[in-house]
Structures are given as structure tokens and as C-alpha cells.
Design a binder for this molecule. Structure first.
Ligand SMILES: [Zn+2]
Ligand SMILES: [Zn+2]
Length: 335
């Protein structure tokens, strides 16, 4: 078998159509053998080559980790937290590096957490550690011990992220700038899908600056930043996305993507570290941004919000069966 497609993408389908050199891989850009198949009444296809999939241990269709079904970035964060050392999947930032990585054999060359989740023994070991940590947290009956170790979601409220907030453009509007801050990013939306949505708006896939980081998505903090290589492309982006007015009369943008809408504001001082490094910071930031999204949307003009509701009703219904998590997102996005 020369492809890697997860169970949920295949959804039981065993008949696949093979198209040699059918497309360019979304990661390494080399031509690869594309597989088409019909699953849950729609045509699905592989987007990345088998080698890139093996290097990252991700599904060639949805690009989620094959073992854990979560985005690579989130997987690496979980592993970093459990192992106590940094695990990251470093994607190439320039063509040379891209080619260099593409030439490595994915059977032995693994990026970031792929070395763990692609290996049964390592995965078992990590899961054992996670179980151990969870067992420590839930010590039933012993309140004195149980009170402290609950580090996960509760402690997020105590984490101080004012130093990050200062650097983030939370009060900005959608004005012309060369870089932008994106928030309200659903964790099920992979980075490539965001890149593709932006490419569609600006009608070219070569909008990224080849020498500096142009896309940073922090799934745990549910935000990210993008930078265009020219101001023309940036203003094309601003004009191409839906603009909306917040109750505070600030104009913001919405980038429509799958079932959700990513909020967009200008971020002239695009700074990746401002989105947090530690998991606790990212989780807290996600909470702060969630509140901002509610603020952006909830008290908007009555008539306007009603019109919006009826507009989005259809796509929600279509994907209603996909995942309950998605439904919840759809609700809190389009309040
Ligand atoms: Zn590839
Ligand atoms: Zn998949």
C-alpha cells in the first residue's frame, strides 16, 4: 500500500482511483500519485505525497496525526508537555530547505512528534505517562492532594499573560498592513487549509515572503499570524474578505473557511512569540480570544445578526453529522 489515509477520511471505502503524478504535494510541492475516492457521498482526495505523510505521520487527506487524529502542532505540544522537552515539526521556510527535507526517506526520517506516534512502542510509553499524570490529578476522596495538582484548565485563569496581550493587536481593526492577526481558529482546521483560503482570496499561492516566516498558526491558543510579501497582496486580502462592524464600531474581517469564520485584524508588528510558548499561556490566550469573539459578535446590530444567522444555517446543517465538536464551534461562532 503506497498511501496513508486515516479511517475517518476513508470511512470504509476500499475502492480508490489512482492518478500517477496527479497533483503537486501541498507540503513539498513535488508531483505525487493522487488517490481519489468517494466517502460519505463526497469525493475525497489525497493532498500531500506519501513521503511527506510518513515524515510527519499524518493522513494524506486531512493531515491530522494518523494515530491521534489531531493537528501536528497540537500533537507536538502535548508530547512536549508530557516529555518535558520541546517537540516541534519544523517546516521548511525556503525552497532549498523544502527540497532538502523532501529528499529524506519518510520511513526513517521523522519530523517532530512523528517519531513517537508512528512507533507503537513509543506511543504506548507516552500514553502510559499521560495515564500516570491523569491518575495523579484525580485522586478520589483525598481533597488535600487533589486540590493542587489540577493544573490543566483551571489554572489557565491564574496565568498572567498581560505581557502577551500587550504585543497582540486585540484593539486593531482591519486596516491595510502587510501582516494580520487571525483568531477564532478552530483546532480542526489545519494550517494548509488556512494558507489555501488566503491564496484563494488573493488569487495566487505565492503570497508568502520566501525569506521570513509568513504563517504561524498556534492551534492551542486558537490564533495565528500571516504576512504578505507585498502591500498590494495585503490590500487585495483586506478587500477580498468579508468586513463586519463590532458593537464598538471597529471594522474587522472574517475569513470564511470550512464551517467557521476566522476573525482578522491588522498586525503591523507580527510577532510569533506574542502568541505564547507555554501551554498554560496558550490556553489562557485562547480563553481571552474566545471572549473577544463573543464580544465581536453577540451584541451586534439585531437585524444584521439575524440576517447572518439565516445565511449560515445551510452549511451548518450540511455538516451536522460530522462531529459534535464542530457543531458546538458553529454555535459559538455564529451566536
Ligand atoms: Zn510531499
Ligand atoms: Zn484523514
Amino acid at each position: 500500500m503506497d498511501f496513508a489515509i486515516c479511517e475517518s477520511c476513508l470511512s470504509g471505502q476500499t475502492r480508490l482511483t489512482r492518478a500517477p503524478n496527479g497533483a503537486e504535494c501541498k507540503i513539498c510541492t513535488l508531483p505525487f500519485t493522487v488517490y481519489h475516492f468517494k466517502a460519505s457521498s463526497k469525493i475525497n482526495r489525497t493532498l500531500i505525497c506519501h513521503n511527506c505523510s510518513k515524515q510527519r505521520n499524518i493522513c494524506q487527506c486531512c493531515m491530522l496525526d494518523l494515530q491521534w487524529q489531531i493537528p501536528v502542532e497540537l500533537r507536538d505540544r502535548v508530547l512536549s508537555a508530557v516529555q518535558g522537552s520541546q517537540v516541534t515539526t519544523q517546516e521548511a521556510q525556503n525552497e532549498m530547505m523544502k527540497r532538502f527535507i523532501a529528499l529524506k526517506n519518510g520511513d526513517s526520517y521523522k519530523l517532530g512528534g512523528a517519531s513517537i506516534t508512528s512507533d507503537a512502542a513509543s506511543t504506548a510509553q507516552i500514553l502510559e505517562r499521560i495515564r500516570g499524570t491523569l491518575a495523579q490529578i484525580e485522586l478520589p476522596g483525598d481533597k488535600s492532594k487533589a486540590a493542587k495538582p489540577i493544573v490543566a484548565p483551571n489554572s489557565a485563569s491564574e496565568v498572567d499573560i498581560s505581557h502577551l496581550i500587550k504585543k497582540l493587536p486585540l484593539k486593531n481593526s482591519l486596516e491595510t498592513a502587510q501582516s494580520f492577526f487571525l483568531y477564532n481558529i478552530d483546532s480542526s482546521i489545519p494550517e494548509w487549509a488556512i494558507v489555501e483560503a488566503v491564496s484563494e482570496v488573493v488569487e495566487t499561492s505565492s503570497w508568502q515572503d520566501p525569506v521570513s516566516t509568513s504563517v504561524v498558526i498556534n492551534h492551542m491558543a486558537r490564533c495565528g499570524g500571516i504576512r504578505f510579501k507585498t502591500s498590494e497582496l495585503a490590500s487585495k486580502f483586506v478587500n477580498g474578505i468579508e468586513a463586519f462592524q463590532t458593537p464598538a464600531n471597529v471594522t474587522k474581517g472574517k475569513l470564511a473557511l470550512q464551517n467557521s469564520k476566522i476573525h482578522v485584524v491588522a498586525w503591523p508588528h507580527f510577532h510569533r512569540a506574542a502568541m505564547g510558548n507555554k501551554n498554560s499561556e496558550c490556553l489562557k490566550l485562547a480563553q481571552v480570544l474566545e471572549k473577544l469573539v463573543q464580544k465581536d459578535l453577540t451584541t451586534a446590530g439585531e437585524s444584521g445578526s439575524k440576517a447572518r444567522q439565516s445565511k449560515v444555517a445551510k452549511p451548518n446543517k450540511k455538516r451536522a453529522s460530522v462531529k459534535t465538536k464542530k457543531n458546538r464551534r458553529a454555535i459559538d461562532i455564529e451566536l
